[in-house]
Design a protein around this ligand. Structure first.
Ligand code: H79
Length: 429
């Protein structure tokens, strides 16, 4: 093709790539599954786990690539047991797992053919973690997402640099588009060698918000390889064309307590919020500030009341074990969900928006009132779309109530409250 013709075709190509994205029927079906799933396990695990100081340690301690690479002989997770991890997620009532295929340090947790910066080529362990986990997820009926960092502190072609990773000692030159080709090649590996993948959870876009990330090309590649794969991107912006769900880091949708989500207006896609058990994503050996099971259940319930899934994180130890403080909380949440899951799974946000006292969820004609924090014996609710035929405690007896043209009054004696969440099922006429 002559250059002039190619140049004339550029705007056409650009228009095609920015064209409206029409999700496939399989993708829409996967979104429905996702929204009903409501609870997933986030796993941050990589070479950084060796230092026990979180997944940002390379950046935060200004570690050069040469120094960081010395950690590799120590990353030998002989206690890793994929079956046990998947079993734990299931016991917690989680329906999917999202694991770091690559975090900001660029290290691949699978046997990549386009790089030797990976677990199979560079550690004594040698095995493909993602393959073992994918096989086990498929066996046990848990869906698997990959967290994949756009940002890369290790790759020489990640240039010009962004806001982070300035002290890893890379040459001051590099070919950005060659880096994007590398990323697409890795994405292709993840979507062709590991069976059905539920989706890709991107992060790190914010390192270079002005860069040409060629996102649509990557998104189209993913959807062409696996149409049902759900794409989300933690760019803290309203959803981009080609994405299938929207996530909020450390915040319920619409809130901005963490400071990342000022511009993340809620779009029309399925929602997810992620949070840590202590304060770290990757393993942090000195962080003992664990949220209580009660706090975590409240987060799950409030997420459901915001129409969002809850993706709860663990950072396994470098030897492959998940610490007992995490395991205990996950198991306790599973116990709670086995008794109360009807009011979470398969629900949508209820007719009353989230309140200080709690939230509502809904399934068909049934509204679940989740009372999390209420000092009085009674709760007043505004009128619902139709009259209340019956009010019962989930797994319990009738709840006394009155309804008039102003609204509904529920009697909820303090002495008869549930330890975590007093759930009243209202059956509408
Ligand atoms: O993987 C976990 C974190 O490592 C990752 N997302 C979760 C799921 C994460 N990376 N960064 N952050 C979370 C927050 C980063 C905030 C900052 Fe910045 C990076 C503050 C300063 C540099 C981005 C760029 C926000 C402001 C400037």
């Amino acid at each position: 093709m002559k250059t002039s013709r190619a140049i004339r075709l550029l705007p056409v190509l650009a228009a095609l790539l920015s064209a409206e994205y029409t999700p496939s029927p399989a993708n829409l079906e996967a979104r429905r599954w996702f929204q009903e799933a409501r609870f997933g396990l986030f796993i941050h695990w990589g070479v950084y786990s060796v230092l026990g100081d979180g997944e940002w340690v390379m950046n935060n301690r200004k570690i050069s690539i040469a120094e960081y690479e010395k950690l590799l002989p120590q990353f030998n997770p002989v206690k890793f047991d994929a079956a046990e991890w998947v079993r734990l997620a299931k016991d917690a009532g989680m329906r999917y797992i999202t694991i770091t295929s690559k975090h900001h340090d660029g290290f691949a947790m699978w046997d990549s053919r386009v790089s030797t910066w990976d677990i199979a080529d560079r550690t004594p362990y040698k095995k493909d973690i993602l393959k073992m986990l994918a096989d086990e997820c498929h066996k046990q009926g848990v869906k698997l997402f990959f967290y994949h960092s756009h940002l890369d502190w290790h790759h020489p072609d990640y240039y010009p640099r962004g806001r982070t990773g300035h002290n890893t000692g890379r040459p001051e030159a590099g070919d950005w588009y060659r880096y994007l080709d590398y990323m697409d090649a890795q994405i292709r590996e993840l979507l062709t060698g590991y069976g059905p993948i539920a989706g890709i959870w991107f992060d790190g876009w914010w390192d270079r918000p002005k860069a040409d990330w060629r996102l649509r090309q990557t998104y189209d590649l993913i959807h062409s390889l696996q149409p049902a794969a759900l794409i989300g991107n933690n760019h803290h912006q309203p959803p981009f064309e080609g994405e299938d769900f929207q996530m909020f880091e450390k915040d319920l949708p619409g809130q901005n307590t963490a400071g990342f989500n000022a511009e993340a207006k809620i779009g029309a896609l399925p929602l997810e919020t992620c949070e840590t058990i202590n304060r770290a994503w990757g393993y942090n050996q000195s962080d003992h500030q664990y949220k209580s099971t009660r706090d975590l259940i409240h987060y799950l319930v409030r997420a459901a009341g915001h129409n969002a899934n809850f993706l709860l994180n663990v950072g396994p130890r470098p030897d492959g074990a998940i610490q007992p403080e995490f395991v205990q909380r996950l198991r306790d949440m599973g116990v709670w969900l086995r008794a109360n899951g009807e009011s979470i799974y398969g629900t949508t946000q209820g007719p009353i928006p989230p309140r200080d006292w709690g939230v509502t969820t809904r399934k068909g004609n049934r509204v679940y009132v989740h009372v999390l924090k209420l000092e009085d014996d009674v709760l007043g609710l505004p009128k619902l779309p139709s009259k209340v035929a019956r009010a019962t405690r989930l797994n319990g007896g009738p709840v006394a109530f009155t309804e008039n043209n102003l609204g509904i009054l529920l009697q909820l004696p303090l002495a008869a409250r549930d330890a975590h969440d007093t759930i009243v099922a209202l059956d509408l006429q």
